[in-house]
Write a protein that binds this ligand. Structure first.
Ligand code: NAD
Ligand code: WQD
Length: 347
């Protein structure tokens, strides 16, 4: 780790760095002068992402293709490469699938964190930034503050609650560790170049990727899951955050970990402003230049009316603010989706 007038420069292991949020964070890490190594099993991403990252950053990012639940491979990586910090994005994230395959979710998400933290401790790597989620607020996601009790409503959510608890306990037992638990709200958008973005496999579970596929002609119409919620237009409201703002939050957290005395810091990353399904659909229509078709259907099981962050702790302690608007999120998503109608190439 080297200090410069502009802050610390670290050698950072980015797990899940080929995925949606990880890939955007890799670009910003390189731009800030950090050294980056990626590990990804490609369980939910394609190796061709790495060529796009090379084009954007001007360098080939070293990538190790293995599953982090493999304790021996994880240990070997740490034995071979010196890291200052880990940003841990790797994990499975589909709520519905986690209900169908709970064991796979617990094994993958908890197992990868166990082997990673074990290797970090053995090799004296102290800084860890962890991808948590607003899902840890359970049903109480309205104006959520970090001090609220955590809970979950599905196995995916429980893996996040449990991983947070494991990390708090490990940091308590080893006070030299510095852990950031970043609770993301709803990440959307893409890099402004349109060369990297979100590439869901199969039918998108999430709102904005679905709208984007309607806009590009891959899906007929958006299904709006309920218009009878207690919200101004009756549709569900969420705190959508541009993935570029989210990536910037990781860099801010990394810098803060190098100077804080607190073993564990928990920060919400959101805008603090809710947007409804219909507001998002209309914003996307503006971005792509045509009215997008939709049908109102029944509520989706497990959905809540409104979710948004109180981001004031991250604002104050990190000097970080989500700056991009919903129109920016739609314009950037549309640039990515229209240039890559079927996502990343297979090879
Ligand atoms: P993503 O699926 O695009 O990226 C995750 C990456 O991790 C993928 O490339 C996948 O191949 C890899 N991976 C999964 N399990 C692995 C394992 N055992 N070993 C090695 N690699 C593995 O997801 P994302 O949207 O970029 O999310 C990143 C993180 O942020 C996840 O932990 C997710 O739970 C969390 N998160 C995401 C959202 C969201 O809506 N996208 C919201 C809150 C939190
Ligand atoms: C947003 C709104 C839907 C799709 C999920 C996870 C959460 C987090 C982020 C990781 C809701 C409505 C959606 C569609 C719709 N992930 N909708 N038609 O449910 O807030 O959060 O992703 O941690 O844990 O639960 O996001 O994008 O699925 O839904 O009307 O086709 O859009 O009902 O109101 P959600 P979402």
């Amino acid at each position: 780790m080297t200090g410069t007038a502009y802050g610390v420069r670290m050698r950072v292991l980015v797990t899940g760095g080929a995925g949606y949020i990880g890939s955007h964070t890799v670009v910003q890490l390189v731009a800030a002068g950090h050294g980056v190594v990626v590990v990804d099993s490609f369980a939910n991403s394609k190796p061709t992402v790495m060529a796009r990252l090379a084009a954007l950053t001007g360098m080939d990012i070293p990538v190790h293709a293995f599953d982090l639940t493999d304790i021996d491979k994880t240990e070997r990586l740490f034995a071979e490469e010196p890291f200052d910090a880990v940003i841990h994005f790797a994990g499975l994230k589909a709520v519905g699938e986690s209900v169908e395959k709970p064991l796979e979710y617990y094994e993958n998400n908890l197992g990868s964190t166990f082997s990673l933290v074990r290797a970090m401790r053995r090799h004296g790597v102290r800084f860890l930034v962890f991808s948590s989620s607003a899902t840890v607020y359970g049903d109480a996601q309205e104006a959520a503050t970090e001090d609220q009790a955590t809970s979950a409503t599905n196995p995916y959510g429980w893996t996040k609650v449990m991983q947070e608890q494991v990390l708090r306990d490990v940091a308590r037992a080893d006070p030299t560790m510095r852990v950031a638990l970043l609770r993301y709200f709803n990440p959307v958008g893409a890099h402004p170049s349109g060369t990297i973005g979100e590439d869901p496999q199969g039918i998108p579970n999430n709102l904005v990727p679905f709208i984007a596929q309607v806009a590009v002609g891959r899906r007929e119409a958006l299904q709006v899951f309920g218009d009878d919620y207690p919200t101004p237009d009756g549709t569900g409201r969420r705190d959508y955050i541009h993935v570029e703002d989210l990536a910037a939050g990781h860099l801010a957290a990394l810098t803060r970990l190098a100077s804080t005395d607190a073993p564990v810091s928990t920060w919400n990353l959101g805008t603090g402003r809710p947007t409804s399904v219909l507001q998002m659909l209309h914003a996307f229509s503006r971005a792509c230049g045509r009215e997008l078709p939709y049908v109102v259907t029944a509520r989706r099981a497990g959905d809540i009316a409104t979710s948004y962050a109180d981001p004031s702790r991250a604002n104050a302690e990190l000097g970080w603010y989500a700056e991009r608007t919903v129109d920016d999120m739609c314009a950037d998503t549309w640039r990515w989706q229209s240039a890559n109608p079927t996502g990343y190439p297979d090879a």
